[in-house]
Ligand binder design. Structure first.
Ligand SMILES: [Fe+2]
Ligand SMILES: [Fe+2]
Length: 451
């Protein structure tokens, strides 16, 4: 068996890389979180057939460091770099986006001498986790369903809890009541399950067209949760997940159109116990649809793109908000002691990561990835802007102003439950924050927003 060293500090991607390399390339994977650890392992005499590294780790150029390290050790171990290295390095393989898993696997397969035939012949067991709530929607098991029994040094065991074709409602309800929120399916059944759930969910979201706002919001949130959970595990269930995202985008548009005003919308969102990402995205969508109609260069045509952007922009933060449900404003996350260093890094990079993910979908609206990347005012999608400049797209500015408006509003409500929205206060506060005239023009359109 070949041996591969993966150097990556990205919590979400690590799992994905390790599992896929092991399953598809049958290589034994060692994962280290820092460049230094990688050097130590190699120094200690470990031999690897392949080294894979993220281009940057902890702000340092891991690709160059490892390349030079291998050279000084007279090692010819092939090096695969995920993301463009800062300077050009000869004889390495670069895989552009961290989510192009297929490209990564293909490149590594070449290096390890694995043909597509031998890849297909490999049959390593692997289980894919599915939210119990989503399985509930199916009513009948489309394949065997497993429960994770225990983790031991010899690996994890899974017990079958539902046969293919059996009715699942009872048993799943029981698991849910016991707090078991995840069940598993065999990796070969994964797409089948995801497709079925997406189809049912899609129908559910679409059928909400003639329903009231509360039902619409519930449908939308279910869709959002599903996309978020699938994304965090495996960003390649493309078509199905995209279908849901597209249906959700339409519902967002409808909600914005149908609500009598901001207050009504907030009340609706308060009545469901929605997460922060969901709540602020829907509110921002309402604000943005107002702005788009009012700015001279805007048009209805921008709405679809903006709603798509708002649907995905913070999706990478979903696991963090799930773990810390009381947290809110994104910038505050950076200063919160409950978050690990890794989580904070994810916060810093969430715009860039979501953009990279969306770009792999063929059906995403043109330029949506750029808007997602810029949604905190940074052109590279890393960090949060303090000084908002003109170097970003006009539509990004609309997204940013919409989110800022919502944040002002939510903060006002936080400090005083009887808080009444006062445009005479919010608008000057926004103008103070966004000093450039291009932003000011957008902010001024808010004077006529329906409250
Ligand atoms: Fe964000
Ligand atoms: Fe956001």
């Amino acid at each position: 068996m070949s041996k591969t060293l993966v150097v990556s500090d990205n919590e979400i991607l690590n799992q994905l890389y390790v599992i896929n390399l092991e399953v598809y390339l049958a290589t034994e994977v060692a994962l280290v979180l820092s460049t230094q650890k990688a050097q130590e392992l190699i120094e200690s005499g470990e031999n690897y057939d392949l080294v894979i590294t993220m281009n940057m780790i902890n702000g340092l150029d891991s690709a160059v460091t490892l390349y030079e390290f291998l050279k000084t050790k007279n090692l010819t171990t092939p090096l695969v770099v995920i993301g463009n290295p800062v300077k050009e390095i000869p004889d390495i393989v670069v895989v552009q986006s961290s989510y192009h898993l297929k490209n990564l696997l293909r490149s590594c397969a070449d290096i390890l001498g694995i043909t597509s035939k031998s890849m297909a012949a490999l049959n390593v067991p692997e289980y894919y986790s599915v939210d119990t709530k989503f399985l509930m929607r199916l009513g009948e098991a489309p394949c065997q369903i497993f429960l994770q029994v225990k983790k031991s040094s010899e690996g994890t065991n899974y017990a079958m809890v539902a046969k293919k074709g059996s009715s699942t409602t009872e048993v799943l309800r029981k698991f849910l009541s016991e707090g078991i929120v995840n069940l598993y399916v065999n990796k070969l059944d994964r797409l089948l399950v995801i497709n079925q759930i997406s189809k049912i969910l899609c129908d559910f979201i679409k059928s909400s067209e003639h329903l009231g706002m509360v039902e619409k919001s519930a449908a939308l949130e279910a869709g959002f949760e599903f996309v978020a959970s699938d994304f965090c595990q495996s960003p390649e269930a493309t078509q199905e997940v995209m279908n849901i995202a597209n249906s959700c985008t339409k519902v967002m548009e409808e909600i914005s159109k149908e609500t009598p005003g901001l207050r009504a919308l907030l009340q609706l969102l308060n009545s469901n116990k929605n997460g922060y990402i969901y709540t602020h995205s829907i509110l921002s969508s309402f604000i943005a649809s107002h702005i788009v109609k009012k700015v001279s260069w805007g048009g209805e045509g921008h709405l679809e793109k903006i709603n798509f952007v708002l649907f995905f922009h913070d999706i990478m933060l979903a696991p963090i908000y799930l773990k810390h449900p009381t947290l809110k404003y994104e910038e505050d996350l950076l200063f919160n002691d409950d978050l690990s260093v890794k989580e904070k890094e994810l916060v810093l990079n969430h715009a860039r990561m979501a953009a990279e993910l969306v770009i792999t979908y063929r059906r995403s609206p043109m330029g949506a990835d750029l808007l997602i990347k810029q949604h905190h005012g940074m052109t590279n999608g890393i960090g949060f802007a303090i000084d908002f400049k003109d170097d970003i797209s006009p539509l990004s500015k609309i997204v940013i102003i919409s989110e800022a408006f919502v944040e002002e509003y939510m903060k006002g409500k936080d400090s005083d439950p009887d808080y009444q929205i006062d445009l005479k206060k919010i608008i000057p506060a926004l103008i103070e924050k966004f000093k450039k005239s291009t932003y000011k023009k957008i902010i001024e359109t808010l004077e006529t927003i329906k409250l």
